[in-house]
Write a protein that binds this ligand. Structure first.
Ligand SMILES: [Zn+2]
Length: 453
């Protein structure tokens, strides 16, 4: 009966929910610089007469994190809904069909969409979470647990001031049993996914330091570009210094999971072989990768350069650690190539060495034993009830705030699930299907109700 009550409530108030999402998109929160407080105020306004407890923690210049609870009792089962309030800047606004802060609705009856920056990443997911909290409060259903909403700043620039800060300052004293991060998990043409983990990333800065000299007498100098090319050519040797890691979901297991989403295995195989992009995604979900993405060396045509600088972008599988990658690269440079690795980027003019620096990074993480998680099975049941088919379980190939919840051991049982298609995130004319948004409100609310009752 209560589930029916929830679904009726959602159907009846759809228009209010759509208006709320439009307001969320219209609240500018481009990061950098952030301005997340604009969004926090819209959430507070929407929840203000509900009787929910809401706290806004301001910091910096117009920035904020927000927490809201269903009730004051944290002794039962606690469910955490997390979403970020910041969005990436829109780029050149003239390239947009509709202004990025418009929140305008376009499209035919069955295909209505809301346009604007953050429509997918992730103001629709966050709005759906806020709405689910409001519904549960409004209906006054008998619940023994608590739902905690954590809306955070700073996700698009690393999350230290948002999710990490919230964890250390607002959530630490609250035991958490299950967390949903509401980032988009739609993957056309497959359907909807649930992410049970995310890859990590590491940007390493590498500087090769040689000896400057005239290019008519190159043997008197030491060419830093040649040194860098030795590193490029020998980069694969890193793997002999690294422990072998299996991806949490193997290539074959993905094929099994995905083919179950199609009417027949043959149909899936045909689409898989036709659509190369699917194969690229499978590669990324199952492999550690390393790519040189920036390189800069030399300053004059006839001078042998003494400095060459490059960035290597590594993508880590769960089980790998940033320092493990750094150590194995060091071993290639010292043992295989015979160069000294120094801790300082500068040396004496006639010193030959390599310098390595962790430039930006995030550790990978995943829900261990995800296939046996009862909470995840419960979530799947609600998912199937709304969408009619099973979810595609995936390993996220980008990074997300979920890693803070899992890796700190605060809430190992953390998943990502939310409205929107991954291809539309951070893109021009970002848009969310209204039906998708409404369906996800249903999933969040029904799951929370069943989890807490
Ligand atoms: Zn996001």
């Amino acid at each position: 009966m209560s589930e029916e009550q929830i679904l009726n409530e959602i159907e009846q108030n759809k228009e209010d929910y759509i208006k709320f999402l439009q307001k969320m998109i219209q609240a500018e929160s481009y990061n950098p610089p952030g301005n997340e407080k604009n969004v926090a105020i819209v959430i507070e306004e929407f929840l203000k007469d509900s009787g929910l407890k809401i706290e806004i923690y301001s910091f910096g210049d117009n920035r904020a994190n927000l927490i809201a609870y269903l009730n004051d009792n944290f002794n039962g089962r606690n469910l955490l809904y997390n979403g970020h309030m910041d969005v990436v800047p829109p780029g050149n606004e003239e390239d947009w069909k509709f202004p990025p802060l418009s929140g305008i609705i376009k499209g035919g009856k069955k295909n209505k969409k809301i346009f604007g920056r953050g429509a997918v990443d992730m103001k629709s997911g966050l709005s759906a979470m806020v709405i689910s909290l409001k519904i549960l409060k409004k209906l006054g259903l008998k619940l023994s647990g608590n739902l905690i909403l954590n809306a955070v700043a700073d996700e698009e620039t690393g999350g230290k001031l948002g999710a990490k800060w919230s964890l250390e300052n607002l959530l630490k004293s609250i035991k958490c049993d299950f967390t949903v991060v509401g980032e988009m998990t739609g993957m056309q043409p497959i359907g909807k996914g649930i992410s049970v983990g995310e890859k990590g990333h590491l940007h390493l800065k590498v500087i090769t330091n040689g000896i400057m000299g005239h290019s008519m007498m190159p043997s008197m100098a030491k060419n830093s570009i040649n040194m860098m090319s030795e590193i490029i050519l020998n980069l694969d040797k890193m793997e002999k210094y690294m422990p072998k890691i299996e991806p949490p979901i193997s290539y074959e297991r993905y094929k099994e999971i995905f083919s179950n989403l199609f009417p027949s295995k043959e149909q899936f195989e045909r689409i898989f072989n036709e659509q190369e992009v699917l194969q690229f995604i499978f590669d990324s979900m199952t492999q550690f990768s390393k790519s040189f993405t920036l390189i800069n060396g030399g300053f004059k045509e006839n001078v042998i350069p003494d400095r060459c600088e490059a960035i290597i972008d590594f993508r880590l599988l769960p089980g790998q650690e940033v320092d493990m990658i750094l150590d194995s690269l060091k071993k290639v440079i010292t043992k295989d190539l015979g160069y000294e690795v120094k801790n300082e980027p500068r040396g004496n003019p006639r010193e030959i060495f390599v310098y390595i620096e962790k430039y930006r990074y995030s550790e990978p993480s995943y829900l261990e034993n995800w296939e046996n998680s009862q909470y995840l099975k419960d979530f799947e049941e609600i998912f199937v009830g709304i969408f009619g088919g099973k979810p595609a379980y995936i390993l996220g190939i980008g990074t997300a705030d979920s890693r803070y919840f899992r890796n700190s051991n605060y809430c190992p049982q953390t998943i990502i699930f939310g409205p929107g298609e991954a291809f539309s995130a951070h893109a021009i004319d970002e848009s969310i299907k209204i039906q998708d948004f409404i369906d996800v409100i249903k999933v969040y609310t029904l799951f929370a109700y069943n989890f807490l009752k």
